[in-house]
Design a protein around this ligand. Sequence first.
Ligand code: HSE
Length: 420
Amino acid sequence: MLRCGVDIYYEKIEENIMKAAILGYGTVGSGVAEVLTANSELICRNAHETVEIKYILDLRDFPGDVHEDKIIHDFETIVNDPEIGIVCETMGGDNPAYTFTKRCLEAGKSVCTSNKEVVANHGPELIQIARENNCGYYFEASVGGGIPIIRVINDCLTTDRILSLAGILNGTTNYILTKMAKEGADFEAVLKQAQELGYAEKNPEADVEGHDACRKIAILASLVTGKNVDFKSLNCTGITKISSRDFMYAKKLGRSIKLLATADFSKDGLIAGVSPYMLPAEHPLNGIDGVFNAVFVHSEMLDDTMYYGRGAGKLPTATAVVSDVVCATKLAKCPESINWEADDAKLADFGQVERQFFVRVKESDGSESNVKAFFGDVDHLVIDGVNDEFGFVTSKMTEAKFEELRAKMPGILNFVRLDG
Ligand code: HSE
């Protein structure tokens, strides 16, 4: 076993050993084992205690693996072992991850997770169980992978009122949109390429339909409001309808197209959701490309801050899980209590949000005079000479009004919200 011995003080604290278990030895779980092993001295110095992996739970065996001797197949061994103080849940999916988490917390073991599904579905319940059992439920890795953002909201920005959040919170879709923008390729072709390269899942629905980003913004919005934001109640549009045509118009307008997860906090309530947006060149999230994620936070006193980095991947995500392990070890006697109650957060009316919209129309169905008849004066009329279609940008109007006009006007091929 590696022990740290930085100075006399640390020689003393190394005598304390925190025993940990990892649930799931896949991409993130094996990353957690790697970070805990490779950085054990640093972790000991920061956690004020040696952290040692005792068990790794997986259905598979891993002959020849450096942690082969720790692999077990029975969860009961972990939950019934009083020596285990921390469990890293890196299984993914709702169940059995949720049941295992609950049982660990009920047994007084802190849980550190990367599992955004479990956090978004059961966050307040699990935090409450942790509170009742004097342990902690930590989930830094559930949003933005390796980017510190949960701790930023829970600890660093606690003296300021957060007014809005806007994030690129899904690496798969950002990779696809970046490729489409740079290569003029279509969605289906880039998705296929992303799957071949292992960036996109075989079943990419949660990513491309925006559900993954929606879960993540719901987690962040819950932490900001202290109440529960149910991701299922948010407005969510993915990127499946975005085509190379939309990018052509975006370019003409000097804009990029990004899938943003947004949350605006006002006294009337929360407006949050996920949607593709056309962003102007000067927008801080405009330059976030490829698999990278970023979160832009606007708060009252501090003004604007932005957090950028790798939102997925083995070691970046594992680093965030292990930062929670350090926290859970340091705070073992007085676990962090997270501000996220089960009551629903107050939502404001999404229909009353005002913005501009880019609209693409089939010329044969919707002539330019139709645009005027339905939408009145428009900001830009962008004529595309190549095909039988054209695009325009509406004046500022509410979501409800736009929806009403969109349903009435014939020939609309697609629309994209402006600005975010
Ligand atoms: N599928 C997710 C993404 C993984 O592409 O961002 C990280 O949550």
